[in-house]
Ligand binder design. Structure first.
Ligand SMILES: [Zn+2]
Length: 258
């Protein structure tokens, strides 16, 4: 049975730590900072067996070099990006075997936030870095709206019950925007109440599920009439293609202030 723990880093990053019950080995996803990981491993008498990286931003891979000074382990990362500490490049369709935690993950190419961004899916869980956020999505730093829309559509096709682990605690701000786009969606309001309760107790709002994202995340709902009409009102143009609706919603969010 795979257990997943959060390690907080920087202002709002989560480093995910995967552990098989009763095993002394664990795997971390996107360790932007080594120190909190080393502290966790020491406090819990754990050893690192592997590192998974989703993309090249420093808040996701900046801690790898220091971790490698303590543990000589495979570092999986995107073949489409140059990250000097990655020693196992992977791309769409590749499988990552992690016998130490009894897990296998499939790699998906999900460009948009960065050009080589990847996700890891297996054991009913998804690690999607800065692509699919809870009720939101990552900014388009290197990719096109077409790429990001395609990447999100790919992730939305995973099973409804898939647990979604993204890398930042942006949920409340994303839900405020989702509510502005789709004020009549009552699920957004109830999700917001639940997320506020979690944050008041300093509990991560992550994971969610693909089902909940499809019901409340505007970036996965560009085919819905309510989102189309909100995007048309915002842009003052008629929009027929889902990707154009996505692009307008993304630009709207880029400039949205609470
Ligand atoms: Zn990023």
């Amino acid at each position: 049975m795979l257990k997943i723990f959060s390690i907080s880093a920087f202002k709002d990053n989560y480093i995910w730590l995967l552990q098989e019950a009763n095993s002394p080995y664990c795997v971390v996803v996107d360790p932007g900072d080594a120190q909190p990981v080393l502290e966790y491993l020491l406090a819990n008498r754990q050893q690192l067996a592997a590192i998974l990286i989703t993309h090249h931003h420093a808040d996701h891979c900046g801690g790898v070099a220091t971790l490698l000074e303590h543990f000589s382990v495979p570092v999986y990362g995107p073949a489409g990006e140059s990250i000097t500490t990655v020693n196992q490049s992977v791309a769409n369709g590749d499988k990552v075997n992690l016998p130490a935690i009894n897990a296998v993950f499939q790699v998906y190419d999900i460009p948009g936030h960065t050009k080589g961004h990847i996700a890891y899916y297996g054991q009913g869980v998804l690690f999607c870095g800065d692509t699919l956020f809870m009720a939101g999505c990552g900014r388009l730093f290197e990719g096109t709206p077409e790429q990001m829309h395609h990447s999100l559509t790919t992730l939305a096709e995973l099973p409804d019950e898939t647990l979604v682990y993204c890398a930042h605690e942006y949920t409340l701000a994303n839900l405020a925007f989702a509510k502005r786009v789709e004020p009549d969606n009552l699920l957004i309001e109830s999700r917001m109440q639940h997320a506020m309760q979690l944050r008041q107790r300093n509990i991560p709002t992550i994971p969610s599920t693909i089902q909940l994202e499809k019901a409340t995340n505007p970036f996965l709902r560009c085919h819905e009439p309510a989102i189309k009409s909100a995007a048309e009102n915002f842009s003052g143009k008629s929009l027929d293609k889902a990707v154009d609706i996505f692009h307008v919603i993304r630009q709207w969010k880029d400039n949205f202030k609470l």
